[in-house]
Ligand binder design. Structure first.
Ligand code: GLA
Length: 383
């Protein structure tokens, strides 16, 4: 545990933490807006992470603090936690404790460094997963020791987000943050919750994956996200299948409502693209996934309508500067794009993306390299 984190915990609570845990943000390579339709996704864990320090209490109280300036302290009784309570950022950590069935008698928790919020890189999931791991460790639940146990923790984190925070997300982010491993993307089958680690060695192929955080504000993302999810459910119901995972392209073409047809077409074509990307990676053809990334963006922009001018600008500029492929990533309506580039052209692509944003009057993007990193883990005493 870093000295600044320990010092901040002492300043906040007047005692030492017992545990510190880190959980990463995620970058979804492909398979966007399909998790809630039983689809396939291929996220990887980012080096950006959220760190929490925690210590147990025995008086039934939960005290939450964050070093993030917008996150106000929150304090309350464990008994009162539940759907809709608390609200704001505290819903995420408190929701995890509720979803795990209140396994402790009280907790002091401090959030230290964090995945940038609003960047579409799953900062909420990173917070939930870091808290879940801290509770797992402090209560000796043993869930984080196995892949099945991590899936259980991820399910609790998702319940926190869906039921306590009231955001109807699909579960990919929590599974990614808890189950990804370094050097791999995680092939998630959201139909049966199975997963497989897929090696991603882009450096060996002379490639780099860039994340472009557009820093554009999300616009009513929750309402738009929920509407996309509803469309997928309505399309499945109209076709008489339990989720769009079971629908064929021909069935989707038969939908009479043009909007539902477009929405559903995104889902079935995106699932097919994930399969192709996985096959290309398995046969050492990482370069060739660029075209699939581009097709994914077109589908998200035109069929699902979840892109934004800033995302389109970043994607177009990256491609114009020679990126092999680029697309928006995450929930959309702002947030981040990714670009697959030749390592030698990293600086040139970055420059062109920044210049295009400035020319269009957009905020200055933050561009990082995405190295597939490890999932949620305990921090050693001195790290
Ligand atoms: C958000 C949600 C995920 C997923 C993505 C889009 O990140 O949390 O569940 O639906 O959007 O792929």
């Amino acid at each position: 545990m870093s000295t600044p984190l320990r010092t901040a915990f002492r300043a906040a609570f007047g005692r030492d933490p017992e545990v510190a845990c880190a959980a990463p943000g995620r970058l979804n390579l492909i398979g966007e807006h399909v998790d809630y339709a039983g689809g396939l996704c291929l996220p990887l864990a980012l080096p950006q992470r959220t760190v929490v320090a925690a210590a147990r209490r025995d008086d039934g109280r939960l005290r939450l603090r964050s070093l993030h300036r917008d996150a106000h302290p929150w304090e309350g009784s464990l008994e009162a936690l539940g759907p809709g309570h608390p609200q704001g950022w505290a819903a995420y950590p408190a929701g995890v404790i509720w979803a795990l069935g209140h396994p402790l008698g009280g907790l002091d928790l401090l959030v230290g460094e964090s995945v940038p919020p609003g960047a579409g890189l799953a900062s909420s999931a990173a917070l939930e997963c870091a808290v879940a791991l801290a509770v797992d460790t402090l209560c000796w639940l043993g869930l984080s020791a196995t892949s099945a146990g991590r899936t259980t923790l991820a399910a609790a984190c998702r319940r926190a987000e869906n039921e306590v925070a009231g955001v109807p997300t699909g579960g990919m982010d929590q599974l990614a943050s808890l189950c990804c491993t370094a050097g791999h993307a995680l092939l998630l089958d959201c139909h049966d919750q199975s997963m497989r680690q897929v090696p991603v060695d882009l450096l060996a192929a002379g490639l780099t994956l860039l994340v472009v955080d557009t820093r554009a504000p999300h616009r009513n993302i929750d309402g738009h996200y929920a509407a996309r999810r509803r469309s997928a459910e309505q399309a499945a119901a109209a076709l008489g299948v339990s989720s769009l995972r079971e629908a064929s392209p021909e069935q989707v073409d038969s939908l009479t409502d043009p909007l539902l047809r477009r929405r559903a077409r995104h889902v079935v074509t995106e699932i097919a693209r994930v399969r192709t990307v996985v096959a290309l990676l398995a046969s050492g053809r990482a370069r060739d996934i660029g075209a699939l990334l581009n097709a994914s963006h077109t589908s998200l922009r035109d069929d699902l309508d979840v892109s934004s001018p800033e995302l389109d600008c970043a994607v177009d500029a990256a491609r114009a500067a020679g990126a092999l492929g680029a697309r928006m990533t995450g929930g959309g309506f702002g947030g981040s794009a990714l670009a697959l580039v030749e390592r030698v052209s990293t600086a040139a692509v970055t420059h062109v993306v920044m210049t295009a944003a400035a020319r269009n009057g957009h905020p200055e993007p933050a561009v990082h390299q995405a190295l597939p990193s490890r999932g949620a883990h305990l921090l050693e005493p001195q790290s």
